[in-house]
Design a protein around this ligand. Structure first.
Ligand code: IMP
Length: 173
């Protein structure tokens, strides 16, 4: 297995997080915001982002899985669901990467069924060319080509999440 040089450096990531947090702070000024991180992948992005958002907010998480090693299984499993009441809140779902869109689409429908005041989605990475299901994305960090990446929360077989940058990952041939 090979982890290559950074596709996105720590500095580029930090700058993008600040930019997204600035937009979110403006858009949610005066509103009751519930920030929901989709785990495990969004753990680093979520914690950096919410610490840079300058409006009061509450947080919760949803733990979902669909990937087995480097491929999607197409079947989304929910291991922990959002516990916060959301009918009086504006919900912002925070995801690490949107690939086929299957995971996010199912989570989005689950949240909408609980009647939040509004729902927006923020993703750190967007692998647009792999999309199978159309999901509306309100805040996108970086659009990346169809390659498997690790670091900054993203994994392969639960490894490499602690890299402080995004790197392209490929199997040794
Ligand atoms: P989707 O349902 O196909 O959109 O897959 C979304 C989930 O698959 C993400 O939340 C990640 O956990 C995982 N995933 C997709 N692409 C990658 C990648 O390049 N690296 C690591 N995980 C990925």
């Amino acid at each position: 297995m090979i982890v290559g040089k950074p596709l996105l450096t720590t500095r580029e990531i930090q700058e993008k997080v600040k930019e997204l947090a600035g937009r979110i702070s403006m858009d949610y000024a005066g509103k009751e915001l519930l920030a929901v991180g989709i785990l495990k992948g969004a753990c680093m992005f979520f914690s950096d982002l919410v610490r840079s958002v300058e409006v009061p907010l509450t947080i919760d998480f949803i733990v979902a899985s669909s990937y087995v090693k480097m491929d999607t299984s197409g079947e989304v499993r929910i291991h922990y669901d959002i516990r916060e009441e959301m009918s009086d809140k504006h919900v912002l779902l925070i995801e690490d990467i949107v690939d086929t869109g299957i995971t996010l689409n199912q989570i989005r429908e689950r949240v909408l069924a609980r009647g939040p005041k509004s729902l927006r989605i923020c993703t750190f990475l967007d692998k647009k060319e792999r999309r199978v299901v159309d999901v509306p994305l309100d805040y996108i960090g970086f659009e990346i080509p169809n390659m498997f990446v690790v670091g900054y929360g993203l994994d392969c077989d639960n490894k490499f999440r602690n890299l402080p940058y995004i790197s392209v990952f490929r199997k040794k041939t």
